[in-house]
Design a protein around this ligand. Sequence first.
Ligand code: GLU
Length: 300
Amino acid sequence: MTTGRFAPSPTGDLHVGNLRTALIAWLFARSEGGRFLVRMEDLDRVQAGAEHEQAQLRDMAALGLDWDGEVVRQSERFHLYEAAIDRLTDAGLVYPCYCTRREIREASAAPHDGPTPDGAYPGTCRNLADAERSDREAAGRPPALRLRADVGEVTVDDEVLGSITALVDDVVLRRNDGVPAYNLAVVIDDADQGVDQVVRGDDLASSTPRQAHLADLLGLARPRYAHVPLVLGPTGQRLAKRDGAITLAQLGDLGVTASDVLQQLAQSLRLSLPGELVTAGDLIERFEPSLLPRAPWILS
Ligand code: GLU
């Protein structure tokens, strides 16, 4: 049976863009008669909060989205991520990296032998000699852990975008503050929870080949992927606070109900007609992934 999921970071209220992605993910899973899970991606415990989590779940429910089983929290699952890091370490695929963000920026801007895509790690700490490593240890810099990727480009199939190809660099597995990295956690969680359908915003498409490669290395099945267009603000940029009332609570203050928002979302997905009153459940049988609008929805 298909198992889909929505995996928000509980750092604030969901905005209309997040809610639209949640609705689409729910429709993907439910239209196949599948299960739908919610996972709180609260690796950053400082920013995440129980009150945000409750508000996010309440807003999903207000739109008529339901989920199966208990909500899972990444903050309670560090042992799973550490076990995966141990396995990769045993396979000789992990090395400590002492670089600061700034060093990485500067190194990737410098000319090199081969192409290094924007933001990709240029491999500075990959082959440090023991002495160089001890120098950095002695300087008291806590290392991040990186994957020795050695793979070049990886391609994944995507049900919306077709295929996504990206160079897989030496992705961070554990940050230098000791927190497991998102790209690792997401792979472990999806596999552990039996998720085989990942539907999320297309801002994450470029990370997907890395995640698929990690899954391959860990012997985990790759899920099906569908990256969906984001909602943009009136200026064509990602939806943000400057765009005014974008959460259910803010819209509620203006007299816009959750049902009104659902009607707008449904119309934006071409699943209902103007003036027609629908529930989320009504949309399940109308949903057809191949008819999903391919362009971002601009909120005016
Ligand atoms: N936690 C991520 C976000 O809120 C989503 C990650 C995912 O769906 O894989 O953007």
